[in-house]
Design a protein around this ligand. Structure first.
Ligand code: GLN
Length: 533
């Protein structure tokens, strides 16, 4: 088994996760089984309780782990299905070390960062290795080299290499080579210094991937090679991709990164066949049609808050030979502006997940607009709850219908706390999480879209549709088209007579892949293209 460690230098936001995932794509196409994992140095146990402003999207795995959004990239770029062991935080490490200390496991010893914390980190790599599901494990270390909180991780990696042998480990350092306009030059000093920082800790990277806005000329490559102690072919240029993040594996392939990594690790494999991946990228880059889709949310100004939703739209667009033009609508703006002004030129409306009442009235306005005008609608989690409240209020005349998340004593609690949630006091990892089965109603739009009557999807919610209102709403044209297998929990809803109005309590966006777009998204884009005509 081989181990690759990704570190980052100079600044954050270099796309280290995407770069690691892209190497994963290339190695997988060489016939290797690849597993990615992320180590996050922060003290939160997981990002589940962090604000999107801090952290972007919380990505949910099959087993219900709430993880870093890089795990979303890992699952989209490779076929490895990840579990909670693939995302380790300092919070988890310290929780485990302190639990052991209280149990008396270290009795007699002083508990220290080295060896107790570093042992904990190394044991996580071994745990992933022990699944037997990988030939290569790629571990990304969050943060930037030089961060105090990242030090135990780097020290653990150093020890790990010593234990499994140099020939089995490779350090890849992703760094920035900035262009200084006044000098008209790319500058290598920050890269030299961040690699020197790694050397101080006892780590020499075997590959340096340079994020740059301009081509790395030979002399620049040679300079980096000389001062970082690596062969010049191990200096890899990573320009900003032109159109799509899915170009990155192809770009790194042109730089021969995969061959280099295989050579350094002594891996003998066939050349990768990237025909399918290329065909997908080509469909993303050169679509023949366009479709405007509004995403109505409250974190619309952030790049990362709805990451998987945007990616799933891209996949579905490519499958329909169409570019999805995102219209990011701030839900709060819809509370004082006319919906026609903000949604007048879109062919589909999507409301993603969310928490808290800010912007919900604006979302209700958007859902109503889509329902009344026959505009395709896709609601995800909160987007289903919003659609239900809207229908209850404006079709069934249930004034004051709401979710008890927003109004505790709502007159008509159409959305309310799940029974299992009553009495839950801790916020961390206490929602209904992970993969659950859904039974689909025969003859429904859901059946048409999925082509099957039983599905499994990932969840992350605390509130649910209140079945007390089901009969009354169904009599008025509302349709519950998916439920939990025992029929108790509402999982999907539709509006009868509308060309495409569908919403789910689960998060389909987490299962969409470039070459396997999610049926709900694919159907939504197809319907939006038809609506456009
Ligand atoms: N806030 C809602 C709930 O907890 C919706 C959650 C979500 O959209 N992920 O049920």
């Amino acid at each position: 088994m081989k181990f690759i460690f990704f570190t980052g230098g100079v600044v954050s936001s270099l796309g280290k996760g995407l770069t690691a995932a892209s190497l994963g794509t290339l190695l997988e196409h060489r016939g290797l089984r690849v597993m990615l994992q992320k180590f996050d140095p922060y003290l939160n146990v997981d990002p589940g309780t962090m604000s999107p402003y801090q952290h972007g999207e919380v990505y949910v795995l099959d087993d219900g782990a709430e993880t870093d959004l890089d795990l979303g990239h890992y699952e989209r770029f490779t076929s490895g299905l990840l579990t909670r062991i693939n995302n380790l935080t300092s919070g988890q490490i310290y929780t485990s070390v302190l639990e052991k200390e209280r149990r008396g496991d270290y009795l007699g010893k002083t508990v220290q960062v080295i060896p107790h914390v570093t042992d904990e980190i190394k044991s996580r790599i071994r745990e992933v290795a022990a699944t037997g599901k990988a030939d290569v494990i790629i571990t990304e270390i969050g943060g930037t080299t030089g961060d105090i909180e990242g030090l135990p991780f780097l020290e653990a990696m150093r020890q790990f290499r010593h234990e499994v042998g140099r020939e089995n480990c490779l350090f890849v350092h992703v760094t920035l080579v900035p262009y200084i306009k006044a000098a008209g030059e790319l500058k290598t000093k920050p890269t030299q210094q961040s690699v020197a920082k790694l050397r101080e800790i006892g780590i020499e990277p075997g590959v340096v991937i340079c994020r740059t806005e301009f081509p790395l000329e030979q002399d620049v490559r040679e300079k980096i090679a000389l001062f970082t102690n690596i062969p010049v072919e191990a200096v890899i240029e990573a320009r900003d991709v032109k159109h799509s993040i899915y170009e990155l594996p192809l770009m790194l392939r042109r730089e021969k990164l995969d061959a280099l990594v295989c050579k350094q690790l002594g891996l003998v494999t066939p050349e990768p066949d990237l025909t399918k991946w290329k065909a997908f990228v080509d469909r993303v880059v050169n679509p023949s049609r366009k479709v405007r889709i509004a995403v109505v949310g409250k974190y619309i100004e952030l790049q990362d808050a709805y990451k998987s939703v945007y990616e799933a739209l891209t996949h579905a667009g490519a499958a329909n030979d169409a570019e999805v033009q995102l219209v990011r609508v701030d839900a709060e703006d819809l509370e004082h502006e006319k919906p026609a002004e903000m949604l007048g030129d879109v062919s589909g409306v999507l409301i993603p997940g969310g928490f808290g009442d800010r912007g919900t009235e604006g979302k209700i306005t958007a859902a109503r607009y889509a329902r009344e005008r026959g505009i395709p609608y896709l609601g995800l989690c909160l987007g289903m709850q919003i659609a239900s409240i809207e229908f209850a209020r404006n079709v069934c005349g249930l004034a004051g219908a709401n979710s008890t998340e927003f109004v505790k004593d709502a007159v008509h609690p159409v959305i309310c706390l799940m029974e299992e949630q009553e009495g839950v006091t801790e916020l961390g990892a206490s929602m209904r999480l992970g993969t659950w089965k859904t039974k689909i109603l025969p003859g429904s739009l859901a059946e048409k879209v999925y082509g099957t009557l039983e599905i499994s999807e990932r969840h992350r919610h605390r509130y649910e549709f209140n079945s007390k209102y089901r009969a009354q709403m169904e009599a008025a044209g509302f349709c519950v088209s998916g439920t939990s297998p025992d029929g108790a929990l509402v999982e999907m809803i539709e509006v009868k007579g509308h060309p495409f109005y569908i919403a789910s309590q689960f998060h389909p966006e987490f299962l969409s892949k470039p070459t396997r777009p999610h049926p709900l998204f694919e159907g939504f884009i197809r319907a939006s293209l038809e609506a456009k005509q």
